[in-house]
Design a protein around this ligand. Structure first.
Ligand SMILES: NC(=O)c1ccc[n+]([C@@H]2O[C@H](COP(=O)([O-])OP(=O)(O)OC[C@H]3O[C@@H](n4cnc5c(N)ncnc54)[C@H](O)[C@@H]3O)[C@@H](O)[C@H]2O)c1
Length: 363
């Protein structure tokens, strides 16, 4: 392999140019070719990056022996066929989130990448943000006590997607952060939502996740909110963390606040609310996508797994699949049997008895 890793990027719509810009800024790699079906998008790329070749034919990436890796930033339904073609052509592969449209597709990609010793990584961008790293560190240190629950809100006006609902579009970010911080996967999922504009494509959803240790998380996603909101609250038994990604500097605030229940032998005693200091830890702000691109390049060299490998991304898609089943059955509780895994017809999902619909346990 030459010293620099040659990379091809497919998809030059809204997000692809961010990958092109970040990979182009790293000295360890060279963005050789960008592919998009839309010639106008390619012209815009050529204006900004005249040294990059452009093409509308994906085979110009997969069949180019000088290209070592391919990054995929096309619509979600195309991730699987494009990533499979990339891996079968022997290229290290980075896909956008979510990795694919079903757990079965994710598993197939993981198997191909492992059998050919190729890197498969997924752009769960926030895992590479200094804010999320700091939150994981604080939680792991035990400083906030036991993590009781996480509440996440990711809302904005648009952009409406045509092939996926708002959960598949936005919740991969919330889920990847929650799994990373909790260090464990949920045992069951509930999800409710409404499609107000495009039939069958929910534009507002509420998901809740139950964890084996009693932990709990909620995720609210919307494309029909007047404000762009990116907040997560991590409630511990001793302290609480508020993460507001819209804040330019003080993205994290740690509140020395807690609820102290009265002694159990005194049923008439009041709850106590303890208030202390608030502090905002220093964060070394680097664009998370730049850190992710650098990590991708490092992993192609040292052959180690990243924090957002195919396996972590599969977990996210399994939860999205369970949430979809819950959405389609009036928000009933869907258990996830991680050992059995999932396939397209959901045999790995355990639907518990639900008072709102007629589902019973399946497996
Ligand atoms: N990590 C993040 O924070 C983040 C943010 C936004 C979007 N995304 C992800 O990026 C991906 C793209 O989203 P977007 O908002 O940029 O979409 P987009 O519609 O703006 O762009 C997609 C581009 O892919 C092109 N395309 C479609 N099929 C193709 C094919 N077969 N071959 C070549 N080009 C093809 C389209 O012409 C379009 O230019 C999605 O997976 C989305 O989830 C990630």
């Amino acid at each position: 392999m030459t010293e620099k890793l040659n990379i091809g990027i497919v998809g030059a719509g809204y997000w692809g140019p961010n990958l092109i810009r970040n990979f182009s800024s790293l000295p360890q790699c060279h963005v050789k070719t960008v592919c998009d079906l839309d010639k106008d998008k390619l012209e815009q790329i050529k204006d900004l990056f005249p040294q990059i070749d452009t093409t509308t034919d994906y085979r110009d990436l997969t069949e180019d022996t000088e290209i070592h890796a391919i990054a995929i930033a096309s619509p979600v339904r195309t991730h699987f066929p494009l990533a499979k073609e990339s891996l079968l052509a022997g290229k290290h592969t980075l896909t956008e989130k979510p990795m694919a449209s079903s757990p079965a597709e994710c598993r197939e990609l993981i198997e191909i990448s492992e059998s050919r010793n190729l890197l498969l990584m997924v752009d769960h961008t926030f895992i590479y943000s200094s804010a999320v790293r700091m939150i994981k560190e604080i939680v792991a240190s035990g400083d906030i006590g036991e993590l009781i629950y996480i509440s996440s809100k990711r809302l904005n006006l648009g952009l409406f997607q045509k092939d996926i609902n708002v959960t598949w579009d936005l919740a991969p970010h919330d889920l990847s952060i929650i799994l990373y911080v909790m260090g464990t996967a949920p045992v069951s999922v509930n999800c409710q939502g409404k499609a107000h504009f495009n039939p069958e494509i929910e534009d507002v959803t509420n998901m809740s996740l139950e964890f084996p240790n009693g932990g709990f998380a909620t995720i609210h996603n919307s494309w029909i909110d007047p404000n762009k909101v990116r907040t997560m609250t991590f409630v511990g038994s001793k302290k609480m963390i508020v993460y507001d990604d819209m804040e330019p500097l003080e993205k994290i605030k740690v509140y020395d606040k807690r609820v102290e229940p009265p002694p159990h032998h005194d049923p008439f005693a009041e709850f106590h609310y303890s208030y202390g200091d608030v502090y905002s830890p220093y964060l070394n702000q680097v664009e998370p996508l730049r850190s992710l691109c650098r990590k991708f390049l490092e992993c192609t060299q040292c052959q180690c797994r990243s924090e957002t490998s195919g396996l972590e991304a599969l977990q996210v898609v399994q939860i999205l699949e369970a949430a979809t089943l819950s959405l389609k059955s009036q928000g009933c509780n869907v258990g996830i049997n991680w050992e059995a895994g999932l396939s397209d017809d959901f045999p790995g999902l355990i639907k518990k008895e639900c008072s709102r619909c007629n589902w019973r346990t399946l497996g």
